[in-house]
Design a binder for this molecule. Structure first.
Ligand code: GLY
Ligand code: MN
Length: 500
């Protein structure tokens, strides 16, 4: 193998108590007699997108070194790990999905040079390839540094050189995306000089490292064409996943929530990398629990079923869609009344979305329709206007959460963006966000009539802000109550078949 491939591969080899011994004769035998193989890699089509994003981050911090790790695998137990999920910001800036890699953006004359520190492929002249848990006989073929450089369009160096590179980082001229890789966090001490006195009404000052996280979070607000295509694919697969679930949902007998979760998971794994977040499958009163992911219940004829699920595509972009189905096939008049309130709130929210509209105004639009509906149901203890007043918001006993959130490589995307640019900001062309109002009547709520208790309804769609307004990317799944009923009947008629 080429010299560069052997660099940095002296992994610590660990023997677990269940592992057999390694006699020297076996070790020597294993180290020879292997031929090389090449990966047929070329530059990925989105390489220019990664480069543009790195340029944008770099230009916010001229003359400074930026350190962006992906993070290590997370231990599940002992020597077993959870499936690795790359750091979202790292993946956004590199496209690399391997654990432990670190992106350095180092200042050069005109801007920054990008260097990816990453684990090269296993050599065959040491024991790493069959004894380390990262070794190729355990995890499969890794890229050589050259292969990775070609595929991702940036310079690569072995992880073994990272410590020296980090030791070279000047305090005060370096920012680290913290909280992802404890080793990187420890290697570069935080540096925050005392802040100058700020005006009383000035926004809270972020630390230097938080400024880096916020800058990336804000850059992610506007999706490029390639990202929108990724989201469309994940959402289309999600539509098919909901169809699968509707096809196995019997009208007349219980079915475990876990089975429905599994059927959606099958589609997610088949078409993408898996689910973008733990699927919420809430039958009956479980629908009133916002993040019901235990999924230990079962459907009951006559009740509602809330499902909040999204496929994550191979490049990590995820859908986030919620539908509520009447298990028996038709909504009861009361279920329908609540459903129609939530539908009207969601539609009102979607209708106001366009560039320049305040995020908060979409929220208030949805919430006012929900509050009006609660008043019609006779539940609000005060007028709608009073309930909507910032000093009250009592309607929230039954709405519980905001109208939605940004969506992208994370289900709750851009969460590091500053409050001023996100929650207190305005929408722009290229933003993708969920619109997901809901009404939830807890089974123990003494302030609602008994017949409403245990009803939970949320309708959630994924919306692209366009120059003209909003495009509902999840329109492939019907939302109006009568259309949901027709769609459910059609899925049942079609019947379930394994994908493929
Ligand atoms: N779909 C889960 C959430 O938005 O929190
Ligand atoms: Mn959501």
């Amino acid at each position: 193998m080429a010299g560069e491939q052997t660099e940095g591969t002296t992994e610590r080899v660990v023997t677990e108590s269940h592992d057999p011994d390694f006699p020297e004769q076996f070790l020597t035998f294993m180290r020879s007699g292997w031929r090389d193989s090449a990966l047929p890699v070329g530059p990925r089509p989105e390489v220019p997108n990664y480069a543009r994003r790195r340029d944008a981050v770099g230009s916010a911090f001229p003359g400074e070194t930026l350190v962006i790790p992906t993070g290590p695998e997370k231990v599940r137990a002992n020597d077993t790990a959870y499936p690795f999920r790359p750091g979202s910001d790292f993946a956004y800036l590199t496209g690399d999905h391997d654990p432990d890699s670190v992106l350095l953006l180092r200042p050069t004359g005109g801007g920054h040079e990008a260097v990816l520190y990453t684990r090269p492929r296993s050599a065959r002249d040491n024991d790493e390839f069959f004894r380390s848990r990262h070794g190729e006989l355990w995890v499969g073929r890794r890229h050589t540094l050259a292969e990775k450089s070609t595929e991702l369009g940036l310079a690569t160096r072995p992880l073994s050189e990272l410590a020296a590179a980090l030791a070279d980082c000047a305090p005060g001229r370096t920012r680290v995306l913290r909280g992802l890789d404890p080793a990187v966090d420890a290697a570069v001490a935080p540096y925050d000089p005392p802040a100058p006195a700020a005006a009383a009404d000035a926004p809270a000052r972020l630390g230097r490292d938080r400024e880096l996280a916020a800058t990336i979070g804000e850059l992610k607000l506007v999706k490029d064409e390639w990202e929108i295509a990724q989201l469309r694919a994940a959402i289309d697969a999600t539509v098919r996943g909901f169809e699968d679930v509707a096809r196995v949902l019997p009208a007349d007998r219980p079915v475990p929530e876990a089975l429905l979760e599994g059927v959606f998971g099958l589609r997610a794994r088949y078409e993408g990398g898996g689910v973008g977040y733990s699927s919420i499958v809430g039958a009956g009163e479980h629908a009133t629990i916002l993040h019901w992911i235990r999924n230990t219940g079962a459907t009951r004829p006559g009740e509602l079923l809330l499902m909040d699920m999204g496929v994550e595509g191979h490049q990590l972009y995820t859908a986030d869609v919620t539908r509520v189905l009447p298990v028996s096939g038709t909504f009861s008049p009361l279920q329908r009344q609540v459903y129609d309130i939530v539908y009207a709130a969601q539609q009102a929210g979607i209708d106001v979305i366009k560039p320049g509209v305040a995020f908060k105004d979409v929220h208030l639009t949805c919430m006012r329709v929900l509050a009006e509906g609660l008043a019609e149901l006779g539940l609000l203890p005060v007028s709608v206007d009073e309930a909507m007043d910032e000093s009250s918001t009592v309607y929230r006993r039954w709405t519980l959460h905001g109208f939605g959130h940004m969506l992208g490589i994370d289900v709750h995307d851009c969460s590091n963006a500053r409050k001023e640019t996100y929650r207190d900001g305005t929408l722009d062309e290229g933003y993708v966000l969920t619109v997901e109002p809901g009404l939830y009547f807890q089974p123990e709520d003494e302030l609602v009539p008994a017949e409403l208790r245990g009803i939970g309804i949320r309708i959630e769609d994924d919306v692209l802000v366009t120059s003209a307004g909003a495009e509902n990317l999840s329109a492939g799944l019907p939302r109006r109550a009568d259309e949901v009923q027709t769609w459910l009947a059609a899925q049942r008629e079609a019947g379930f078949r394994l994908p493929g």
